[in-house]
Write a protein that binds this ligand. Structure first.
Ligand code: NI
Ligand code: MN
Length: 226
């Protein structure tokens, strides 16, 4: 399983039989390392309904004939705009041709067009992808929560964790998350996109190493095979 980081919380995942993009916020993302029009994939996985996670999902899904995989409300919302979709919800898993996807809890919120008339888009989620004998956890946007210990069951080959603080876990809580999740490697995300989530990923990696955890801060465009 090959992971390529595209800034913010966006990862392109290549399995033996399919290409997936998770949280494809590319247009308007100052750290995006690919244009939405250059994404070629069969599946678009979305953790929750905020614009910095839905991003270009609709355009990518429609251009590729790709299937949106998300919670019920996000899937229906994008499906109503012309995307193929598979709706799920936290705790549920589904076996796709490439492997199995399970949505998990995340402690956060989820809406679009926030302001006087927000459209609420269901439960924010984390995403577990099992394919090619590997198990990947994309935490979405979340606070630290004790049930991460449940997500660790079965082992994690990689965990993609927000570290930006303000909207999600910051460095200290993300370090505690590593203690719960015990992934073989973690990649930080959801930082340095805007000033409120400025963080030093190298400092996070050093602090994690001191606690026995491997962290690989990918630069946008860089890949990691797990
Ligand atoms: Ni969010
Ligand atoms: Mn976010």
């Amino acid at each position: 399983m090959k992971l390529t980081y595209h800034g913010h919380s966006c990862f392109f995942v290549e399995t033996a039989s399919a290409r997936l993009i998770i949280d494809p916020f590319l247009t308007g993302n100052p750290n995006a390392s690919i244009a939405a029009a250059d994404v070629h994939c069969e599946y678009v996985l979305i953790s929750h309904g905020h614009e910095d996670h839905i991003g270009d999902a609709l355009a990518i899904a429609r251009a590729n004939g790709a299937t949106i995989v998300a919670n019920y409300e996000v899937a229906e919302y994008l499906g109503a705009q012309g995307a193929k979709f598979h709706a799920m919800n936290p705790g549920g898993a589904w076996t796709f041709p490439f492997g199995r996807v399970k949505l998990t809890l995340a402690h956060h919120s989820a809406s679009v067009n926030a302001g006087l008339n927000p459209v609420y888009l269901g439960a924010p989620c984390g995403i577990i992808v099992e394919a090619d004998g590997r198990r990947l956890y994309h935490a979405g946007d979340t606070a630290l929560f004790l049930d991460m210990q449940l997500i660790a069951r079965g082992g994690l080959d990689a965990a993609l964790l927000p570290i930006g603080d303000n909207f999600t876990m910051g460095l200290a809580d993300a370090l505690d998350a590593l203690d719960f999740l015990k992934p073989k490697v973690a990649v930080p995300m959801h930082y340095n996109t805007w000033p409120p989530i400025a963080q030093d990923p190298a400092a996070f990696a050093r602090a994690a190493a001191a606690r026995g955890h491997a962290v690989n801060p990918l630069r946008p465009g860089e890949s990691l095979t797990v």
